[in-house]
Design a protein around this ligand. Sequence first.
Ligand code: MN
Length: 749
Amino acid sequence: MEYTEQDEILIGKLQEELFKACERIAKKESDMELVRKAFYFAKDAHKGVRRKSGEPYIVHPISVALIVVNEIELGIKSVVAALMHDIVEDTEYTVSDIEHLFGPKIASMVDGLTKMAGVFSADQTEESETSKQAENFKKMLLTLSDDVRVIIIKIADRLHNMRTLGSMPAHKQMKITSETIYLFAPLTHRLGLFAIKSELEDLSLKYRFPEDYKMIESKISATEANRNKYIEKFNSPIADILRANDIDFEISGRVKSIYSIWRKMQRKNIDFEEIYDIFAIRIVFKPSPMIPEKSQCWHIYSLVTDIYKPKPDRIKDWVNIPKANGYEALHCTVMGPDGEWVEVQIRSQRMEEIAEKGFAAHWKYKEQSSNSDGEIDKWLKRVREALSSSVENAVEFLDNFKLSLYSSEIVVFTPKGDQVTLPQGATALDLAYDIHSKIGHTAVGAKINHKIDSIFTPISSGDQVEIITSNNVKPKPEWLDHVVTSKAKNSIKNFIKKDNQNNIERGIVIFEEKMKSFGIQPSARVFRKVLPAYQCSSKGEFYSKLGAGIINLNGVEKILRQNAASKMIKYWSLQLSNPLRLLKGSGNSDQKKKSGDDEIITSEDEYNMELSIADCCSPIPGDQVIGFRGEDGRVTIHKKSCKEAVKLAAQHGENIVKAQWSGFKAISFLTHVEVRGIDRMGIMLDMAKLISEEMNVNIRELKLQSHDGIFEGVVSLYVKSIEDLKVIMSRLNKIRGVEKVRRIETYRE
Ligand code: MN
């Protein structure tokens, strides 16, 4: 199929736009020749192929190249690589053909892009799915070590695929949006491409939660007129005073992205109307050449705060210490007209460009900048280190890597005054491992701002931290709960793995000797008594703790003589339920069939599958849900908003099963409700009665703990739908003494 006349018109338009954009950045005539050559080569190579949308395929690479040149502002080589990014994957041509025609540099970029092409199947002609996505993610991230531009072009590729996601089938949309939110958006953020990151997030939301998206979008536009009036009222005295001080500036009010508003609503469980910082004021100034930009930022700050009172604890100084993704600006929150808090962001034009274009602008300004060992370079160095030292399996690696992308950063100082950037939430122990794994392994304490404190103390920006070491300590598994960086986690895990093996061997010897002295065999019966007594969940744990000297066998004789059943229970536990009617496991498949129209799931492929309800989010009818097919063929149902589900969709997108509730009268679902209140006689009975007698709902378990006149606990019960649950919760709330009733999403028994 050749290009039609209409195709040619469409392609011609894009071609003109691309060539014009490239002329702006071309340094010499040969640059344009290269672009033209790549364009005609790609157009010919993709001839006859169409995307799902029906457009000629070549529209996609041209669009990606346009994003690269216009929105990210990379150079000619990157544009050329973007034009040819799908050629090796989708056509007959090979990397060596490209090397032959365009030279080794461009060929190696296309090669990198091709290696990644197998990782994601977002490109709209591909039908094949990869099964080991996590492994592939890892491979993709390895290209970070070669040439960051390759990743950036891949991000542009993803952006265009997200912009045209509408023509993809729903289950692919879920897979692609999950990958985007799980990996691409944080990666884009980490590279400082703020505008693109926001768009990726907004587009993901639009496809994942279309109603929420539309709701926020329409509320933003409904409140626009009022907001603009307010912004004008707020800005006009600032504009006057800046002009009076001969400052060349632009001032504007910016509404937050739909996604960040949505996130805030979710996180704080509030309505749109309750969000006070829906917009921020941005002042971008053209610096006068003789005065440092930094001083000018603070000058503007002082002029602004002459007019509006600042909130003292809300100054964020990313001018002196830029964020790790390169972001620089001075943020403050001031009291505006009508007593409203308003955030003001002060930036120079250079800072503005870095904020919007991130990495690319960072390189552009690198030569002019005084501190040229940019934070991004440091981060890339750390990523490379992490990649080369990583021993984890791919999924773990990805989790940790992702963590390092998401977190915002803190900057702390060593006693010598060296700056160290760590993710938010990092502890002194993270710092110890960041300095060197030997320091980490032997850390016993930290001097934080000259005061001695635990090694597990979280540290904050600006702290001066000195690590105290001793050769008498070694890493323990608990340490893993007190570190956030993947470097620290890996080092601790590695150490423990090695140490553990030694301990287990030692433990076995100790235990067997002891048992021999009693003249008994270490049988399963022995372990049934010993393991709970020592609070170990497995033999391995028991041996390892024994070998490490964490536990000893002094009391073991008594334990072995004891009859079982004297379980230590700190709370009381009551079983009120009838035999379970939960739709779970294979034993219930009969019931599933019996219930006929009560089946909860209809999948696109109509074959019998086994269902389980995910423990992590315990969805119940009424929740938006999604299914994942496991290796055994069983489908697990998650809430759509479940973090675990997003992760699964990103890592095993091929296993997504569309799921929705149909009728659900006869089947009940396990859910957990947290209750809290004032302890009084009989309250438990009141609750149990209400639930099981009046509401006729099965309680699986009622766990209540009481202390200081307060009780708190968890009711696990089987409900039929979210409506049922709402009724029960509101009735529970009315019981005398009960003060708080809340559904819990993640409950570990
Ligand atoms: Mn592509």
